[in-house]
Design a protein around this ligand. Structure first.
Ligand code: NFE
Ligand code: MG
Length: 566
């Protein structure tokens, strides 16, 4: 007999996600992903000056403010047909890379590690053995006996006082928890260190963006960071070297801690490698432009269909018609007026709530499609596209993870294992390592360009009369983000954001095709229907952000019928 489990809300994510699964014989048979709040930023933007859109769109989300700012100015610049100065491009790139490092570190440790790591079991660990194991895997200086003893003592103190705090509501002792106590203690130590290093990465965003969350330094046409090496109030050598030092610290943590922990978790949960594949159509966009126009990039983009890496198709520029012409969104199963599937420039956003109906409409999230197909987006999509295109840093770091995990698991691991729940985590670590190198490369390029005497940061422009259309994209931490704008006589006539978590968390479309969360859950094991930890594992591997996916809190403050906090 099958059993329906409703997890509402799923926690340790941004926003309010409900997952329904039908479980039969210890595995998921069918699944529904539902965004449970509605945001109205797209509607708020109508009639406003496009120069201000990036300030509004940053408020779509509390996690990835920066990414909506970047994508918005790119969309308006695309409509205007302007290029921006190289300094502006590079300053934006360093912000993008630093934000990504902060975000990927927080996701692995704070938002998902506790699906795999049993904090309470760490109390049984021998700290000296933990240190010996850690030192055999990595040169990280903060893996010492002293450090591990101190973490264990701190944890014991939390438990004794009944103050587990952030660790209070875990699935401690769940049968699906398999790590030995020493590995659990190591993970707890790194969980606490990760809080420091995510902050270090984010300080770079503050230094260049003036503040974070919600950076202040962008402009349609460039950035507002005046460059003068001799002026203490502007971007100068002192600030640039401070940024370099912070990026180096974040890079060391990613390469020596995050990546190694990831390989260890993947190796020790090798039985999980077959689960969580789902939609094997992938979409990533190129990013970190190296030129003014956005035709040459350091990060690759493209599409893969049905997992066929040999048939990868590249997305090549900020103006690429292959991307521009093939994106649409379906509202057949979402709480909006109508049942259309439309290109973003032709869309509207008119909320119409009807009850949760698994055979009808059941989510506030629209269902984005590429050539009519559901696509998985996120670090895994970019890593697979990069692997298929022979992108050197992606290949090199992917091989490091596969070899480290393989040697720990005593098995040969091929890239095919990446189509999975654990593969999404591995790919996020691989992408973080690539970003940690590229952040420093783009810092170097900026310093060299300023060294040539170029201090330009802004391209002046004017609105033409009549209608223009633009799109901008950015490979955000959760995947492909695009903004689409129609401008009439200098005012926004339509604005649509098609967001990473919308691609992944979206519901079925008019043809009944499931979204990536839904598809990835089918076949997932569930040992204990009362404590569906395994469902969380797969959903968390996408790094869900529902605020982004739906872009206003439900204005009626409607109460939800079933709430389970896990
Ligand atoms: Ni709200 Fe976001 C990212 C965007 S999400 S976190 O990354 O855009 O889907
Ligand atoms: Mg949208």
């Amino acid at each position: 007999m099958s059993k329906r489990i409703v997890i509402d809300p799923i926690t340790r994510i941004e926003g309010h996600l409900r997952i329904d699964v039908e479980v039969e014989g210890g595995a998921v048979r069918d699944a529904w992903s539902s965004g449970q709040m509605w945001r109205g930023i797209e509607t708020i933007l109508k009639g406003r000056d496009p120069r201000d859109a990036w300030l509004f769109t940053q408020r779509i989300c509390g996690v990835c403010t920066t990414v909506h700012a970047i994508t918005s100015v790119r969309a308006v610049e695309n409509a205007l047909g302007i290029e921006i100065p190289l300094n502006a491009q590079l300053i934006r790139n360093i912000i993008i890379a630093a934000h990504c490092l902060h975000d990927h570190i927080v996701h692995f440790y704070q938002l998902s590690a506790l699906d795999w790591v049993d904090v309470v079991s760490a109390l049984k660990a021998d700290p000296d053995k933990t240190a010996a194991l850690a030192e055999s895997l990595s040169a990280w200086p903060r893996n010492s006996k002293h450090e591990m003893r101190a973490v264990k003592a701190k944890l014991a103190e939390f438990v004794e006082r009944g103050q587990l705090g952030i660790f209070a509501n875990g699935y401690w002792g769940h049968p699906a928890m398999k790590l030995p106590p020493e590995v659990n203690l190591l993970a707890v130590a790194h969980y606490l260190q990760a809080l420091e290093y995510q902050k270090i990465a984010n300080q770079v965003v503050t230094l260049l963006g003036s503040k974070t969350p919600n950076i202040q330094n962008l402009a349609v046409g460039g950035v507002a960071n005046a460059i003068n090496l001799d002026n203490p109030a502007t971007l100068n050598m002192d600030k640039l070297y401070k940024i370099k030092g912070l990026l180096e610290q974040a890079a060391a943590f990613v390469q020596q801690v995050y990546l190694i922990d990831l390989a260890a978790v993947a190796a020790m949960y090798a039985d999980w490698l077959p689960y969580g594949k789902g939609v094997t159509n992938y979409l990533a966009v190129p990013d970190l432009p190296l030129d003014r126009a956005g035709k040459v990039f350091d990060l690759p983009g493209g599409t893969i269909f049905n997992g066929d890496l040999g048939a990868v198709k590249e997305i090549k520029s900020f103006d690429d018609p292959y991307f521009r012409d093939n994106v649409s969104e379906s509202i057949a199963r979402a709480w909006y007026d109508g049942d259309w599937d439309r290109h973003p420039w032709e869309e509207d956003t008119i909320p119409r709530y009807t009850d949760f109906d698994p055979n009808g409409k059941y989510s506030w999230v629209k269902a984005p499609r590429f050539q009519g197909k559901p696509m998985q987006v996120g670090p895994l999509a970019q890593v697979l596209v990069g692997y298929a295109l022979g992108h050197e840093p992606i290949k090199r770091w992917a091989d490091v993870v596969l070899e480290t995990a393989g040697s720990l698991a005593k098995a040969k691991l091929s890239p095919a294992i990446l189509h999975s729940t654990l593969g999404r985590h591995a790919a996020r670590g691989i992408r973080a390592a690539v970003m940690s190198e590229l952040a420093l490369k783009h810092w170097q390029l900026l310093v060299e360009n300023i060294g040539k005497g170029d201090i330009e940061i802004f391209t002046p422009w004017q609105y033409p009369r009549g209608e223009i259309r633009g799109f901008g994209f950015h490979e955000a931490p959760r995947g492909t983000l695009s903004h689409w704008v129609v401008i009439r006589d200098g005012k926004i006539a339509n604005y649509q954001a098609v967001v990473p978590s919308t691609w992944n968390a979206g519901p079925r479309d008019g043809k009944g095709q499931k979204g990536p969360y839904e598809a990835s859950l089918v076949g997932n094991p569930v040992a204990d229907a009362e404590r569906p930890l395994e469902v969380l594992r797969t959903v968390h591997s996408f790094d869900p952000c529902l605020a982004c996916a739906i872009h206003t809190v439900d204005p009626t403050g409607r109460e939800l019928s079933r709430v389970r906090t896990l």
